[in-house]
Design a protein around this ligand. Sequence first.
Ligand SMILES: [Zn+2]
Length: 140
Amino acid sequence: MSRAAIVELLHAGVSNHGIAREVGCDHGDVAGIRAELGLPDARTIKGSASPEDLFWRRTQPADGGHLLWAGHRNSTGVPAIRTGGRMHTAGRIAFRIRWDRDPIGRVRAGCDANGCVHPDHVEDQPMRDQYAAIFRAVSA
Ligand SMILES: [Zn+2]
């Protein structure tokens, strides 16, 4: 086992189990080195990277502060990620990143960029309803 490799992965924020798998050592050894270095525990991600990590790896910043999808699309053309045996649409992941809750109804970009998945730009149904109500109030 390579201690230098473990130290590098620890600093990169990989979990003990992830490093053990990567380097081929016991996760207890990794935990020991982590403790020696005084590094906090990484969030344990079971089996694969989290949908949020995958989301950022598959997006591309675009002009105007938008974020476009560069990854897989499902059979209906919707940007999507499969991880941990589940399908997540990019819009729902983006929404959870920004709002820390599951969206209700369909998630769509509220900006004018077609296909934008920027967490700050996506809206769910209650948000659209709310904006529509505000718009009606101010234009009444
Ligand atoms: Zn946008």
